[in-house]
Design a protein around this ligand. Structure first.
Ligand SMILES: Cc1ncc(COP(=O)(O)O)c(C=O)c1O
Length: 365
């Protein structure tokens, strides 16, 4: 405990715990897949990605393999989708707050990004309806399960309202679900794609389920969109990271992924529980999302406390907090702090929240 008291603690990045990586199994799967598929994996291949992996993902999603595009992480697919679905100057809606890299990626494509306020059960539907009158969005990007950065899960009623508005107003929905399988409590809701397979494009990734270093993400989309994304992928890099895709395939093919997900749940569930408990113990004056999975708890500071000032005070206590403004399409975020809990152990989490509470108090004085 003495060591932890002094050591720096980082509550900045949403990365997996390094002890979560199944390194020995990854070594074995890499060797096996190279033996079985080496001549394919080491060659230039179609930009859509490794067929055996696409076949497994397609059968799990109940679609054909031509609807599944693999890429170098799912964030690369956001770049391609921006080019396929939007022209510069057009509008995309995102949750307010949302994943910062999606916001910057869309902006780099010249897209106007508008935030729809996020409530405890998903975006504010009344606000969405009003905003649609003003902006006529081409696209709504959502993270409906254990959202980054807040931990919010969109309710079934809001999922239904969103797909029905998408149909009525003719815009596409991109649901990004890299955390969906990491549920530590409660039961799954249908995906938005389950509710409308024509209007919803689904993105997901092996980054949180296996490793971000292997860079394998995937998209499930209507065929026409999958083809256009594939064309841009091919123009961009000819062939995606086949070795990573081969490894992910072997992991799935050998039935190891489900075990790994079960192991991750056992590792991360107590970390979330510790964080939620520590917040109620040390920061009862703040409010936070009682997330049931994923990587994050979104904290709203009590009135009068500003996240930049809190971060400065926290730094003096050797607690490093991330920048909140990047998550907010309107650039605000002054009372928000994202708390990633997966890469810290329970002692570090408790100590981090104690230091955070100290920093909040120091700002309020
Ligand atoms: C919502 C969301 N989408 C995409 C990504 C990036 O995933 P990948 O590593 O597959 O590019 C992240 C990573 O933090 C994320 O939180």
């Amino acid at each position: 405990m003495e060591g932890i008291d002094r050591a720096e603690i980082k509550l900045t990045r949403g990365v997996p715990a390094t002890e979560a990586f199944p390194i020995e199994e990854i070594i074995a799967c890499s060797a096996q897949v190279l033996r079985d598929h080496g001549k394919t994996l080491l060659q230039y291949q179609p930009g859509i990605g490794f067929l055996p992996l696409r076949e497994i993902i397609a059968s799990q999603a109940g679609v054909t393999p031509e609807q599944v595009v693999l890429s170098n992480g799912s964030i690369q697919l956001v770049t391609f989708l921006a080019e396929v679905l939007l022209s510069p100057g057009e509008v995309a809606f995102v949750e307010l707050p949302s994943y910062d890299r999606t916001i910057t990626t869309l902006r780099r494509a010249g897209v106007k990004v508008v935030g729809i306020p996020l409530e405890e059960d998903g975006i504010d539907i009344t606000f969405l309806e009003e905003a649609m009158k003003e902006h006529h969005p081409r696209l709504l990007y959502l993270i409906p399960d254990f959202q980054n950065p807040t931990g919010v899960t969109t309710s079934l009623a809001k999922r239904e309202a969103i797909v029905s508005l998408a149909k009525e107003h003719n815009f596409m929905v991109v649901e990004d679900i890299p955390y969906r399988r990491l549920r530590y409590q409660g039961g799954d809701l249908p995906t938005l794609r389950d509710l409308d397979a024509e209007r919803v494009i689904q993105l997901s990734s092996f980054s949180k389920l296996l490793s971000p270093g292997i860079r394998v993400g995937w998209m499930v989309a209507p065929v026409a969109i999958a083809r256009r994304v594939t064309q841009i992928a091919t123009d961009t890099y000819i062939t995606p990271n086949m070795l990573g895709q081969g490894l992910a395939y072997e992991f799935l093919h050998e039935g190891k992924l489900e075990n790994n997900i079960a192991r991750l749940r056992r590792l991360y569930a107590p970390r979330l529980a510790t964080m939620l408990h520590a917040l109620s113990q040390y920061l009862p004056q703040a409010s936070w999302i009682k997330s049931e999975g994923g990587f994050f708890v979104g904290l709203t500071l009590p009135e009068g406390a500003n996240s930049t000032q809190v971060a400065e005070k926290a730094r003096k206590k050797n607690l490093v907090l991330g920048n909140s403004a990047g998550f907010f399409a309107d650039g605000d975020g002054s009372r928000f702090i994202r708390l990633p809990f997966c890469a810290l152990n329970e002692k570090e989490i408790e100590e981090a929240i104690k230091r955070l509470a100290f920093a909040v108090q120091a700002v309020n004085q």
